[in-house]
Design a protein around this ligand. Structure first.
Ligand SMILES: [Zn+2]
Length: 579
């Protein structure tokens, strides 16, 4: 269950944090947890190689000078949590540790260093940024800002909420990995940023045994929540329904005071009863935030189903061994936390296998199914891929990959590698471009579009369960084609009704390339600029942008109001987290 970055335990240290937020308590005690973070030589702040905590409060125009870093490995272990929540020094530590552990999870899952979206190495983290019930990531400020506000009883600090910190950090990382996901496209793409940030946040919290313990308390011992619950639990009491009730119960408790402002991701998503029509046609779920909750709901259902499945298998073993289908409470908790850890890694790893533009939930599902099979070919323990497929299907989301089990098909046969060098292909964008150029017809690239290789990254991915290591190189390319509405038929895209012939239209395509360790292309997750390969996608997307008035912006842009408007649009997109 130990979470190890890069399989070198001495490079990390385990530190004490608040497991979720001060409202999640067992009895009267705040539930605490531990996360693994890279060991590093800190400056006062804490200020490390990737994170600088700056305790500046804009509302009061006040800067708090930090104390020098503690010499102890885990400075807050054993301290009274009720005192810690009033200590600004601990607030700074808590968000430093959770931002770093979220970054470490991404780096472990993707098997390489992950840059922040804004290009610099260090992100600023501001624990008491302003007096407001809000927290957000800001690309321009290169910062994550946490607010505080007066709650029912005391001041509520968003910097003490694990899921808020992990959620905002995920925005900052995802934005760096897939920059075009902020573009106006389909309702799915708009919803993905929020849904994915919630998935990472919630699974990070479930990976802490103290939190899983609460799920068991609330789901299994609900009626008689006792200080000394029984040590063994009968398997029939660990049904999917009861486990799910536990999740809901936790959702009710999590951020009790923040809930009014933050949509309470767990509670809301767990309450969505599976139905395929929500995704397909329910108008309420066309809106980005609600739509994102469908993605979260599907992952939660898969989590509970896989957990139940695992416990049932252990119950059968126990029946053989001790003659009764019961399990140690501690074991049930451990299994839940370990599964959350695995599922979280799977969810993050899929990003490399996801399209670079115009993402649909079904694309993400295929990316999950394909990347997981590559690193974890043996899925007997959890049957995670089947659970994910079933859970997504119950919400009407089907994989878009055409290979067996909903995975992406292998790259086409007969590609040429004559002009490229393996060494260079693993790190040089020009070399990857050469490969694309030589194979542009086989990969169905648009020959009239501007094409750019955005990144080339060698990765080493590890399955911690059996130590299996996979070497891959991932590259991203984007294709951009500008044309007039009157020319859309050239790329098989329908002109929306009423769009004048001379309207300037920009279409995006491109994709992700996954090379194996010998430099052979394994997968090409491409989206066509035109309608030929992408089917209805481009026409539908263009129609949506036209109807939503996106071209008003384009026309104004051409009248040179560009800079101002763009700035406003970008600010609106990144300045405020809409809870
Ligand atoms: Zn968000």
């Amino acid at each position: 269950m130990a979470y190890v970055v890069g399989a070198l335990p001495t490079r990390t240290r385990r530190v004490t944090i608040i497991a979720q937020d001060p409202s999640v308590r067992r009895g009267r005690k705040i539930v605490m947890g531990e996360v693994a973070i890279p060991r590093e030589d800190l400056r006062a702040g804490p200020w490390g190689h990737r994170v600088q905590v700056v305790d500046y409060d804009a509302t009061l125009d006040r800067y708090r000078k930090p104390k020098p870093p503690a010499a102890k490995d885990d400075p807050y272990t054993g301290k009274d949590p009720d005192r810690l929540i009033a200590d600004p020094e601990f607030h700074a530590w808590n968000c430093y540790a959770i931002v770093m552990s979220t970054l470490a999870r991404f780096e472990f899952a993707l098997g390489r260093r992950i840059p922040w979206s804004f290009g610099g190495h260090q992100i600023k983290v501001v624990p008491h940024a302003f007096a407001d019930a809000n927290a957000f990531y800001s690309r321009q400020d290169e910062a994550i800002l946490f607010g505080y506000f007066e709650g029912y009883r005391d001041t509520v600090f968003t910097c003490l909420s694990h899921d808020v910190i992990a959620h905002e950090t995920t925005h900052a990382l995802l934005d760096g990995l897939r920059e075009r996901y902020m573009d106006p496209s389909s309702p799915d793409q708009a919803a993905f940023h929020e849904g994915f940030a919630d998935i990472v946040a919630l699974l990070s919290v479930f990976a802490l045994p103290g939190v899983v313990e609460r799920i068991i308390d609330l789901g299994i011992d609900r009626k008689h929540e006792r200080p000394q619950p029984s040590r063994r639990i009968a398997i029939d009491r660990l049904s999917e329904t009861r486990l799910f009730e536990g999740l809901l119960g936790l959702g009710e408790q999590m951020g009790e005071e923040i809930q009014g402002v933050r949509g309470a991701a767990l509670r809301r998503s767990a309450k969505i009863t599976p139905s395929p029509t929500l995704y397909r046609s329910d108008p309420a779920f066309q809106e980005a935030h609600r739509r994102g909750e469908l993605l979260v709901a599907a992952v939660l259902r898969a989590f509970v189903a896989a957990w139940r499945n695992r416990l049932a298998a252990l119950g059968d073993e126990s029946a053989l061994r001790v003659g009764s289908k019961t399990l140690d409470r501690e074991r049930v908790v451990e299994e839940g936390a370990a599964l959350a850890e695995t599922l979280l890694t799977t969810a993050i790893r899929a990003l490399d296998y996801a399209p670079t533009v115009d993402l649909k939930f079904g694309d993400y599902l295929s990316a999950v199914l394909t990347s997981d099979r590559e690193v974890r070919p043996d899925d007997k323990k959890y049957e995670l891929r089947r659970r994910l497929r079933d859970a997504f299907a119950s919400y009407g989301i089907k994989p878009r990959g055409s290979a067996a089990g909903g995975a992406w098909p292998r790259a086409p046969e007969g590609l040429t590698y004559a002009g490229v060098h393996l060494e260079a292909l693993q790190r040089d964008p020009d070399e990857v471009f050469r490969f694309l150029w030589d194979n542009r017809r086989a990969l169905k690239l648009d020959e009239g579009a501007y094409t750019e290789v955005l990144s080339v990254r060698p990765c080493t991915r590890v399955d911690p369960d059996d130590g299996f290591t996979l070497h891959e190189t991932v590259a991203e390319c984007v294709q951009i084609r500008r044309l007039r509405a009157g020319e859309l038929h050239l790329v098989h895209v329908r002109r929306p009704d009423g769009m004048p012939d001379d309207t300037e239209v920009t279409l995006y395509g491109g994709g992700a390339l996954i090379f194996d360790e010998f430099g052979r292309l394994k997968y090409w997750v491409g989206k066509a600029v035109g309608g030929e390969m992408g089917g209805e996608d481009q026409s539908a997307q263009l129609l949506r942008r036209w109807v939503s008035g996106a071209f008003e912006t384009d026309r104004r842009r051409s009248r040179r109001f560009a800079a101002l408007h763009l700035q406003r649009a970008v600010r609106a997109a990144t300045r405020k987290e809409e809870w």
